[in-house]
Design a protein around this ligand. Structure first.
Ligand SMILES: Cc1cc2nc3c(=O)[nH]c(=O)nc-3n(C[C@H](O)[C@H](O)[C@H](O)COP(=O)(O)O)c2cc1C
Length: 184
């Protein structure tokens, strides 16, 4: 049985990321699905260190960052659900991204495999000058793997989401976009 690893980078338990995760889980009955809320992990910020990750190992390696990234090795598909906060991906996204330096220093050969199975769904209102999508594309910059087909932005304005209490998944066309993107 194939495995799917879904991670939400939202600060809250119930919202668009979790309801999208619920939907993906409901459509993935032939898979073993693991859902992780990054907010529930213990991930230390990149601070109060001397960049040990660059030469030896991160002094915070025993927290959940390395463990989470290592857990994705067992997955056939890794899905990240990332909300926009103040024009950017949420800080939980950046926090894991920074700390991943330590993981990639010792798992370099896994990077392309990871990018091939990574699918990012960003949630937010993306205007012309907003680099939300481009920030996700940066993951792919140092790789031969193309980001094409790996990033989906669900525009909240496009789907007329007016309040943080509105649910994207209930809007006409969202399920179809997600199905097509993830080949569900
Ligand atoms: C602190 C904060 C800042 C936000 N900033 C933006 C923003 O700049 N643009 C936007 O489109 N939505 C913004 N939002 C709305 C969230 O992207 C939206 O509510 C999203 O659904 C959050 O994910 P969740 O529902 O899984 O929690 C913000 C929400 C919060 C809590």
């Amino acid at each position: 049985m194939g495995k799917i690893s879904i991670a939400s980078f939202s600060a809250r338990k119930k919202g668009n990321c979790s309801s999208l995760a619920d939907y993906i889980i409901s459509k993935s009955l032939n898979y073993q699905v693991e859902y992780i809320a990054i907010k529930d992990l213990n991930i230390h910020e990149c601070k109060n260190c001397n960049y040990e990750c660059m030469s030896k190992k991160c002094i915070y390696r025993q927290d959940d960052a390395y463990m989470y990234l290592r857990s994705t090795k067992k997955a056939d598909k890794v899905i990240w659900l990332v909300p926009m906060y103040c024009g950017n991906p949420s800080s939980l996204y950046f926090k894991l991204n920074e700390r991943s330096q330590d993981f990639w220093m010792s798992n370099e050969s896994y990077y392309d495999e990871f990018l091939n199975k990574l699918f990012i769904i960003g949630i937010g209102n993306v205007g012309m000058a907003n680099p939300f999508r481009q920030i996700f594309e940066l993951m792919y910059h140092d790789s031969e793997v193309s980001y094409e087909g790996h990033i989906l932005i669900l525009g909240t304005q496009k789907y007329s989401l007016n309040s943080i209490k509105d649910f994207l998944i209930a809007r006409t066309g969202v399920k179809e976009e997600v199905d097509k993107f993830l080949n569900l």
